[in-house]
Design a binder for this molecule. Structure first.
Ligand code: NI
Length: 152
């Protein structure tokens, strides 16, 4: 099921998401719906708050197959890379954001087992962008203030 995507400036995007206590049927269904929503919107990642769910779950597909990560954490970051970023919750805007070039992340998979994943390039960027969403952080927070725009 394709879910409605919450867009900026909805306050739901600014709340810190809560840890998922247990990977239940509801969480599995949510992950499936988030993937469908992401694909329907032509995105490469989506986080719980973007579909109005304040729980720590992200989905990503940068063209290498779907990834679902529950309670994700960044274990290490190396290097630096500057590239253009956008967000399904901020339609029509993009900008250059400097991120770590490679990250190692940990979290739970849909079986509730702890997994560790590594990513570089777009995948590393997607992990950092989506995990930011769980802290209420949006990519526009990293952009320089624009003329006439009230900065947060
Ligand atoms: Ni986003």
């Amino acid at each position: 099921m394709v879910l409605p995507i919450v867009t900026d400036p909805n306050p739901l995007l600014r709340q810190k998401a809560k840890p998922v206590k247990k990977v239940t049927k509801r969480i599995k269904k949510l992950a499936q719906n988030m993937l469908e929503t992401m694909y329907a919107a032509d995105g490469v990642g989506l986080a719980g708050p973007q579909v109005g769910v304040g729980e720590r779950i992200i989905v990503i597909d940068v063209g290498e197959g779907p990834i679902v990560l529950i309670n994700p954490e960044i274990l290490s970051r190396t290097g630096e890379e500057r590239d253009v970023e956008g967000c399904l919750s901020i339609p029509g805007r993009n900008g250059y954001v400097t991120r770590a070039a490679r990250v190692k992340v940990a979290g739970l998979n849909l079986e509730g087992r702890k997994v560790e994943l590594e990513g570089e390039g777009l995948l590393a960027r997607a992990f950092q962008h989506e995990i930011d969403h769980l802290e209420g952080v949006l990519f526009i927070d990293y952009l320089p203030a624009e003329a006439g725009r009230v900065d947060r």
